[in-house]
Design a protein around this ligand. Structure first.
Ligand code: GCU
Length: 655
């Protein structure tokens, strides 16, 4: 039912068959610890709720196998680590112990146990020992105080600033449960294009109410701040980071925040980017701006400074600008500043090579920013499972002695949230999987896309092995499908300007060169692609030599990034033996065919899915089939208007 969409992966649907028999036999009893710790209470509550769902009745209160929480077990290690293990007691009954050094670890252990049980694992053999791979696992909301969400496709904001602080929607607790269940421990509640309202007295009690509600779930609250807020809401004449009155103002703001919210996380800042104010307005560097805010927070919190910057310029390739601006600042940031870098150097495209800043600033703490909301990937229709996209980046060797995952592990990972007030939270059932996958990868980048999909499908839809076996491969191939029908072979940013939804490769007349899709495709009668080698923009030189070498030769490189780095004639022979033109068309066709096959396969899965969600997904796939054709046909028609080449012979997938 629609209720199930709301419950996300925390459905706890009754077990059946042998899994049910095993859990019945085990007969779990949640032991009350009597501890006043709010996180332990929440863990007990969640265990009771989860077991009630899985068993199909309220768990017994005595006489069964006790589940014991030991949340101060004296162990050391990463905050949030836990162990779950079953032991045989003298009386012959089993006992399940969840142990951790702190109460949040216990809560994570409880959720991990419920996940295992939800997937049908035998409680008597559960054995888990886990620790988060990175300290910061964050969601960034691009939500505005008026309830709109920038790049949000799931309805209005889930944050009801109007009714806060008096009214706290129960949704805020379900949100915290969902996050805690995957280990998310930080939330930025407002848009990086930040309203200064969040730094006013009026908003402080609202923020405090949320922070108090989320604390038991191990979630710290952060806000995005507008660099010029001292002028807009502080009544000052300047926001120059070196001006004493500006420093004092930020210090006072931080003081008020910490008085209300003792564990306040800190500030996220978008500065001197896309019209946002910043230190450069006063001829100060990013480091000077960030360090001033860092001093205001002191050792209580963190400044997360974004590296997403680019200026209008005909000369500098847009993808080179962040590296050019930040690389010289390596070692100049205060210890409580983190530089947050998008996965790729452009902007959350269906595929981009990893950002050259990863590994290139060894004296700077760096975290990765991923986008869970699908701004450039069809928004909230169809199935596009993003774990493979993120894995591709995390697993990439930077050439500086570490993979991207290894570079960010000491720090963390942020995902731009895809939540909204839609009943299913994310606008589309399958987009819940992207929220889930983001959290799981931030917890452990070593998990495979396949494993995460299996977990999600089993908890969210059905554990039936036939269902899982059919659905998971569909999810796994869905990302390459969207790359193929939108921007195959390394093309990028071909989406319509502003909305970023449909195709617009022909647009070439906008004021700023890098706003135009034609800037990125560089297509003409002779060829297509962006030369980023030495003969072109030389963006390739920003990568470590071993990595740059991989992409330097179009004949040997991974063709998934071909036109990102090279401008080639339409007649160029690709690795398949086809001409570039024919290869391009076969990729568009492959994308369309993949969506058709997802839609067909989904029809066969009806017996496993409740009616509402079945229809919901089927309709969404029908839209995706149209989108795929729209992208392919519009793109090919435009390329043909330039090169006048015929379509290769062969079958097109039917309408
Ligand atoms: C993209 C997006 C903007 C957003 C920006 C950012 O350009 O389209 O809406 O503000 O990224 O990450 O700051």
């Amino acid at each position: 039912t629609a209720e199930d969409g709301y419950a996300l992966w925390l459905r706890y649907a009754p077990l059946t068959g042998s899994a049910k028999e095993r859990l019945d036999q085990f007969n779990p009893v949640v032991v009350q610890t009597g501890e006043a710790d709010p996180s332990v209470k929440v863990a007990e509550e969640e265990l009771r709720r989860g077991l009630t769902g899985l068993l199909g009745h309220v768990p017994a209160s005595s006489g069964g196998s006790p589940i014991v929480l030991a949340c101060n077990d004296g162990s050391s290690g990463a905050r949030g680590h836990f162990n779950v293990a079953a032991h045989q007691q003298a009386n012959g009954r089993s006992l399940l112990a969840i142990s951790a050094a702190d109460s949040v670890g216990c809560l994570y252990g409880a959720f991990a146990l419920l996940r295992e049980l939800s997937l049908g694992r035998d409680p008597a053999t559960v054995e888990l020992a886990q620790a988060p791979a990175m300290p910061l696992r964050m969601l960034d909301h691009w939500d505005n105080p008026d309830g709109t969400v920038e790049r949000g496709y799931a309805g209005r904001s889930i944050f009801d600033w109007w009714h806060l602080p008096e009214e706290l929607s129960p949704r805020m607790i379900d949100y915290a449960r969902a996050n805690a269940s995957i280990g998310i421990n930080g939330v930025v509640v407002n848009n990086v294009n930040a309203s200064p309202l969040f730094l006013t007295e009026r908003y402080l009690p609202k923020l405090k109410r949320l922070a108090d509600a989320w604390r038991p779930y191990g979630i710290r609250l952060y806000i995005s701040v507008r660099f010029s807020a001292p002028i807009e809401v502080g009544g000052l004449k300047t926001a120059d980071p070196l001006a004493p009155q500006v420093k004092a103002w930020w210090k006072a703001q931080a003081g008020k925040l910490y008085q209300a919210i003792p564990d306040f996380g800190g500030f996220l800042v978008k500065a001197n980017s896309e019209g946002q104010p910043g230190p450069q307005d006063y001829h100060r560097t990013h480091a000077q701006g960030a360090n001033m805010l860092a001093a205001a927070l002191g050792n209580r919190g963190t400044v997360i400074w974004r590296a997403f910057v680019y200026a209008s310029s005909g000369e500098t390739d847009r993808v080179k600008q962040a590296y050019e601006e930040f690389k010289p600042l390596d070692g100049k940031f205060a210890p409580n500043v983190i530089l947050q870098v998008k996965n790729g150097p452009l902007d959350f495209q269906p595929r981009e090579p990893f950002h050259p800043l990863f590994g290139a600033m060894p004296h700077t703490r760096m975290m990765l920013e991923a986008q869970i909301t699908r701004e450039y990937l069809g928004q909230a229709t169809g199935i596009v499972y993003l774990a493979p996209l993120w894995k591709e980046v995390l697993d990439a060797p930077t050439g500086h002695g570490a993979t991207v995952a290894q570079v960010i592990e000491p720090t963390g990972m942020a995902g731009v949230a895809n939540t909204g007030s839609d009943r299913d939270w994310t606008g589309d059932q399958f987009d819940q999987a992207n929220w889930y996958a983001f959290g799981r990868l931030a917890w452990s980048p070593a998990l495979s896309s396949d494993q995460i999909a299996r977990e999600w499908v089993g908890q969210t839809f059905s554990r039936n092995p036939n269902f899982v076996r059919q659905l998971v491969p569909m999810m796994l191939s869905s990302r390459q499908a969207v790359v193929d029908y939108m921007t195959p072979l390394g093309l990028a940013h071909q989406m319509g300007t502003g909305h970023h939804y449909g195709p617009a490769p022909w647009v070439c007349t906008l004021d700023r060169p890098e706003w135009n899709p034609c800037y990125y495709n560089r297509a003409d009668a002779e060829g297509i692609g962006f030369d980023r080698t030495r003969s072109g923009s030389d963006a390739l030189a920003q990568y470590a030599p071993s990595v740059a070498a991989q992409w330097a030769d179009p004949r040997t490189m991974d063709e998934n990034d071909l036109l990102w780095f090279h401008h080639l004639p339409w007649s160029y022979r690709t690795q398949s033996g086809k001409s570039l033109w024919d290869e391009l068309i076969s990729r568009y066709d492959r994308g369309v065919a993949a969506v058709d096959s997802m839609a067909r396969e989904w029809q066969t899965l009806q017996p496993y899915v409740d009616h509402e969600r079945f229809v919901d997904v089927a309709s969404s796939l029908a839209i995706q089939r149209k989108e795929a054709r729209w992208w392919r046909d519009a793109s090919i028609a435009y390329w043909q208007s330039l090169n006048h080449l015929p379509l290769p012979a062969g079958e097109r997938p039917p309408e």
